[in-house]
Design a protein. Structure first.
Length: 171
């Protein structure tokens, strides 16, 4: 878990001051570093909320994606694509979920070499309380107002669009 540093100063702001003295404008470095730190904080909060359910956030995402599918099953490569993670990460998550009895693996009849992940009844049953745990802490962002959350999403979406992460509205 990422523990609060409890420092009497903001190390990112301090680094930005030094950055400006040595390299020039620090706004982008300060913002990017803050995004990474917030990611660490949020993942630690998510994992703490999900731990009582035997899940990590990565495994929780897979279960939720499977519950969102019409049939409760998806090819592993589709899971990787939708969650935007490397195939090895998907395989690891599926292996752990299968070992816990939350998903089953079976051959994909549409692709002789492919594998389907199928959510089990036990997997469906764990999604509900796990989701309550995350929503109960507002996904770690309870200190922000809804308008601020919308602003953050919009700003970060522009970065994602610029990187080609998703198709833009004009596509």
């Amino acid at each position: 878990m990422v523990r609060p540093l409890g420092l009497p100063f903001d190390p990112i702001e301090r680094a930005a001051q030094t950055w400006e003295e040595r390299f020039g404008p620090a706004a982008a470095m300060r913002a990017a570093t803050s995004v990474f730190r917030v990611q660490q904080i949020l993942l630690a909060r998510f994992d703490e909320a999900l731990k009582p359910h035997g899940l990590t956030f990565a495994r929780y995402e897979v279960l939720v994606l499977l519950t969102f599918s019409r049939t409760g099953e998806l090819p592993l490569k589709v899971i990787g694509s939708r969650l935007m993670v490397h195939p090895t990460s998907v395989t690891n998550a599926i292996d752990r979920l299968a070992a816990a009895g939350l998903v089953d693996r079976r051959p994909n009849p549409a692709d002789g070499r492919g594998v389907l992940a199928v959510i089990t009844q036990e997997g469906r049953e764990v999604v509900e309380p796990a989701t309550r745990g995350l929503t109960g802490l507002d996904f770690g962002l309870g200190d922000l107002q809804e308008s601020e959350l919308d602003t953050i999403f919009g700003v970060l979406r522009r970065v994602r669009l610029g990187a080609g992460d998703v198709a833009g509205p004009d596509s």
